[in-house]
Design a binder for this molecule. Structure first.
Ligand code: DGL
Length: 286
């Protein structure tokens, strides 16, 4: 199975793109709904919770885990890849959403092996932007990766702390929502320079897309994170056949949550557009 982890149901925006791009594989989706949202939590806590989730997915037999959550990718991925895997699971892989998103922000075509130096075929000038939770933006993970791949591109990073609660409350449009969207987007709007691309660097934000499209300048491309992650994961699999060979292709989908499965299934079905049967599971401390 490919394990897909998110703090909650928002990561289904990434899973649904994976199911479109790579439908044959078996998937196990884990939502830590009992402890979501992660976006305002400290680095230490996000790291601890994410590690527990990854451990659980590994114990279920996933050779590959995708952190669909930006906050978890930004705060915990490097630690997991550099410290945890070599010690405990040298044959398993954990991938996040930051690196593929930065490649897309920098205009690096899919299929190009972007070596983190100045020779990566990235666009060399202009302004791009990323919107995310407080934890994602405070980590500067997008900045760190972009400086490696496209050091001359300018990056505007903007935290949007109220957007996840708006989506959770089902407030996807309307004057109240628009007020808070405009407030966070102010640095991207006239009289400021319009970015060439903006990345919705949070699993929940695609649900605000219709409202965002009306506000963000027409010349700014809004990147679809689920789609670009799925495309670049497919490419990663082509370049890592030894890892791809470990994945089973039965087309099964299993959904697990650390909170009420009925609540998760009701939310998830709307997002995924197909029926979900969810199970409650316990992580070490959730
Ligand atoms: N999944 C989180 C992310 O993509 C958003 C929700 C949360 O704050 O937990 O950053």
């Amino acid at each position: 199975m490919i394990g897909v982890f998110d703090s909650g149901f928002g990561g289904l925006t990434v899973l649904s793109a994976l199911l479109r791009e790579l439908p044959d594989y078996d998937y196990l989706y884990l939502a830590d709904s009992a402890r979501a949202p992660y976006g305002a939590r400290s680095a230490e806590v996000v790291n601890e919770f994410t590690l527990e989730a990854v451990e659980w997915l590994f114990e279920q037999g996933c050779p590959l885990v995708v952190l669909a959550c930006n906050t978890a990718s930004a705060r915990a991925l490097r630690n997991i890849q550099q410290l945890h895997l070599p010690k405990r699971w040298p044959d398993r892989r954990v991938l996040g959403v930051v690196r593929p998103s930065v490649e897309a922000l920098a205009g690096i075509p899919v299929g190009t092996v972007a070596i983190p130096d100045q020779t990566a075929p990235a666009e060399t000038s202009g302004l791009v932007a990323v919107l995310g939770t407080q934890a994602t933006i405070a980590s500067d993970s997008y900045g760190i990766e972009l400086r490696k791949l496209a050091p001359r591109l300018r990056l505007l990073q903007q935290a949007c702390p109220l957007w996840v609660p708006l989506v959770e409350a089902g407030e996807l449009d309307g004057p109240g929502t628009e007020f808070f969207l405009r407030k966070a987007l102010a640095p991207l709007l006239p009289p400021h320079e319009a970015p060439r691309r903006v990345l919705l660097g949070c699993t929940h934000y695609p649900l605000l897309l219709p409202a965002l499209r009306r506000i963000v300048p027409a010349e700014t491309e809004i990147l679809d994170q689920g789609g670009l992650v799925a495309e670049r994961l497919a490419d990663w699999m082509r370049r890592h056949p030894e890892q791809e060979a470990k994945l089973t292709r039965g087309g099964t989908r299993r959904f697990c949550t650390t909170d009420d499965p009925a609540w998760f299934a009701a939310r998830g079905e709307k997002l995924l557009g197909s029926p979900i049967r969810a199970e409650r599971v316990r992580l070490r401390t959730a």
